[in-house]
Structures are given as structure tokens and as C-alpha cells.
Write a new protein. Structure first.
Length: 386
């Protein structure tokens, strides 16, 4: 039976007390080791790491308080219960025992039933804590392995993206050269060329979104703020999307007041935000529909909205649609990507990097969606500008 229930270190400078405790505990299946002074107790504790310590307080040379304090100082992840044993019953003794880390307190003469009950209770708790500790350690190891896999996956994505970008740039450049001499092509060939350019531009934008999302997540894409005339910037952006819109017969209308204040923003990031929202609107709008871009000032914020005439976004996806890799499979989207991709994720991260926010609403007429983002007219105090 010895050792089946656990090992107990009994520490007392009176061997009669040790024999008594041994006589109580060994028949219950506990393995007993003993020490008659504090130094031996610490040595045996380090060598054998018992499951529980029964520690007398009043000992010569080093008392039980000091032994318990040293045990707690050396303790690592595994907690070993300590029961202090004393002939004293003063409240101060109990408080001091608790201060040095004792788990329980029992007075002499020791009652066998009480002792065994306390020992079993503490060992049961300690066993549960050990199992919990080992489970947590295993979870930490699993988490570390998952983090390594995630890092390797992201490095692979970066490598693939960079490897794709170079040949795609060559394809895009050759298509643009063909576009210069499009007068020699038939109307059907020109239409095919436009579609090929749009497809290339879309893939380039997807690649850039992946790179930018990771840059922002890692804190490497920092806005370079400067003062811009918003109407002129938006006109340039919309000009670049006219060909994409014309292919689907979509009209893009800009409603922007001329008395708006100058906006302090990063023009390149702002252009990328608008590019993603316009691409999304064109992609999901019905043929021969209309996209409305509205700009307003609300207090100290400039609000830009992009409304499409697509199937709309269900309420339960209005928040999730900006999450990374969220697959927003919506009615009427299946013939497209079936996904919001990383474009909207980039928009959220980019807008937030400039102290703004972005959200989506239903259009007032109930048809299509309205993506809205707002940016402060001026950056917060202390925000760098170029």
C-alpha cells in the first residue's frame, strides 16, 4: 500500500511526533519521509519533491515559518501543499503561517481523523492543480506550434505574392501598350482588351491588398499625412474607374460640395480606400446601374459614402464583412468572387490607422449598400504630418 496515495515529508525536531504521524498516515497508504531540522527538510524537499509537507513550527535552528518561506521561494510551477503543525492556538500564529505560504494549520495533540481529512483534501486539490497545469502546458505547446505554422504560412503567402507580382506587371504593361494602338483593333477586340486590363488591374489590387493588410497588421504601413483638396483628389480617382464602370454600363456620380475644408490625410492610402470601395461597388452593382459617391462634413469629420445598386449586405454580416478573409456569400454575389476578400479588411485597417471609422448601411430606397467612412478634418494633436 505504501506510496499509493502520495508522498508526505514530515518535519519535526521531536522524533516521537514523527513516529506518531507516521503511525497515522502509513496505514492510509502514504509514503513517509522525515526530517528532524529545517536544513534536512529543505534538502529532502529538493531531492524528492514530496506531494505534501507536514511542518512543525517550533523547531531549533530554523523554525517552520522560515522553512515554509524558503519552500515557497524555491517553488516553480508545481504547488506543494504545506500543513503547519503547532501546539499553539493563537490567532497571530495562524496569520503568520498564512503569510509565509502555508495552506493549512493543525494543532497538537494531533487528531488522527482531522489530520487524514486535511491531508486528503489538500492532496486532492493539489492533484487537480497539477492536472490543470499540465493541460495548460500542453495547450501552450500546441499554441506555439500553431503560431509557427501561422508564421510559415504568412511567409509563404508573401513569397507567392511577390513572385506573382513581377510577371503580372509584365502582362499588364503589354496590355497597356496594346491599348495605345487600339484603333487598329476591331470593336470586339477592344472590348476584350478592356476586360483583360480590368481583370489584371483587379488581380494587382488583390495582391496589393494582401501586402498592405500584413503591413498594417505589423505596424509597417504608417500614414504620411498632408493637406489635400478633396474634390480634386476624388475627381482623379473617379477618372481612373471610368473604363471599369463603362464595361458594365455603370454611371458614377460624385456629389461633393465645393466649400468643404481641406482634408489632412494620406493621399495614397485614401486613394487605395476609395479604389477598393469603388471596385466593390462596380463588381456587385447591376448592369446599367448607378454608383453615388457623396462627401459631407459632420462636425470635425469628413464623411465619404459609396452607394451601389447591388443585392445589399444582410444585417448579420454588416460587421463581419470587414474581417480578414471573411467569406460573405450573399445573394447575387455568386457569379463574382463569393467573398468580400481583403479589400474591405484593408479599408477598415487603413481608415482606423488615420483615426477614422468605416461601416456599411442599407441604401434609403432599400436596394443596394452604402459603405461609409469618416476621417478627422485635422489629425489628432501629436500625429505626424509630412
Amino acid at each position: 500500500m505504501a506510496g499509493e496515495c502520495g508522498t508526505i515529508l514530515v518535519v519535526d525536531d521531536d522524533e516521537r511526533n514523527i513516529r506518531l504521524l507516521r503511525a497515522f498516515l502509513e496505514p492510509e497508504g502514504y509514503e513517509i519521509s522525515e526530517a528532524t531540522n529545517g536544513w534536512d527538510a529543505l534538502r529532502i524537499y529538493r531531492e524528492s519533491m514530496p506531494d505534501l509537507v507536514l511542518l512543525d513550527i517550533m523547531m531549533h535552528d530554523m523554525d517552520g515559518y522560515e522553512v515554509c518561506r524558503k519552500i515557497r521561494m524555491e517553488e516553480t510551477d508545481i504547488h506543494v501543499p504545506v500543513i503547519m503543525v503547532t501546539a499553539l492556538e493563537e490567532r497571530e500564529e495562524r496569520e503568520r503561517a498564512a503569510e509565509v505560504g502555508a495552506d493549512d494549520f493543525i494543532t497538537k495533540p494531533v487528531d488522527k481523523t482531522e489530520l487524514i481529512s486535511r491531508v486528503k483534501s489538500l492532496l486532492r486539490i493539489a492533484s487537480y492543480q497539477r492536472r490543470l497545469h499540465f493541460k495548460n502546458m500542453e495547450l501552450l505547446r500546441i499554441n506555439e506550434r500553431l503560431e509557427k505554422i501561422q508564421k510559415a504560412r504568412e511567409e509563404l503567402i508573401h513569397m507567392i505574392i511577390h513572385d506573382l507580382k513581377n510577371p503580372l506587371t509584365g502582362v499588364y504593361g503589354n496590355l497597356e501598350l496594346m491599348m495605345i494602338s487600339r484603333d487598329t483593333l476591331s470593336e470586339h477586340q477592344q472590348s476584350l482588351l478592356k476586360k483583360a486590363l480590368i481583370a489584371c488591374d483587379r488581380i494587382m489590387n488583390m495582391i496589393q491588398n494582401v501586402l498592405d493588410v500584413y503591413k498594417i497588421s505589423e505596424g509597417r504601413l504608417i500614414p504620411r499625412l498632408c493637406v489635400v483638396e478633396l474634390k480634386r483628389l476624388l475627381d482623379d480617382i473617379l477618372d481612373n474607374f471610368q473604363m471599369k464602370a463603362e464595361v458594365k454600363g455603370i454611371d458614377i456620380h460624385l456629389d461633393c460640395r465645393h466649400d468643404l475644408p481641406m482634408l489632412t490625410t494620406d493621399p495614397e492610402i485614401f486613394t487605395r480606400i476609395m479604389g477598393n470601395l469603388l471596385s466593390n461597388a462596380i463588381r456587385h452593382s447591376e448592369k446599367d446601374g448607378q454608383i453615388l459617391v457623396e462627401v459631407r462634413r459632420v462636425d470635425d469629420m469628413i464623411t465619404v459614402s459609396v452607394s451601389d445598386c447591388g443585392p445589399g449586405v444582410p444585417d448579420h454580416l454588416k460587421e463581419r464583412i470587414f474581417d480578414r478573409f471573411e467569406q460573405a456569400r450573399l445573394e447575387g454575389y455568386q457569379k463574382e468572387t463569393g467573398s468580400a476578400g481583403l479589400g474591405l479588411t484593408f479599408c477598415r485597417l487603413a481608415v482606423e490607422s488615420m483615426n477614422g471609422r468605416i461601416w456599411v448601411e442599407d441604401n434609403p430606397d432599400g436596394k443596394g449598400s452604402c459603405f461609409i467612412f469618416s476621417l478627422p478634418v485635422m489629425p489628432p494633436e501629436g500625429h505626424p504630418t509630412s
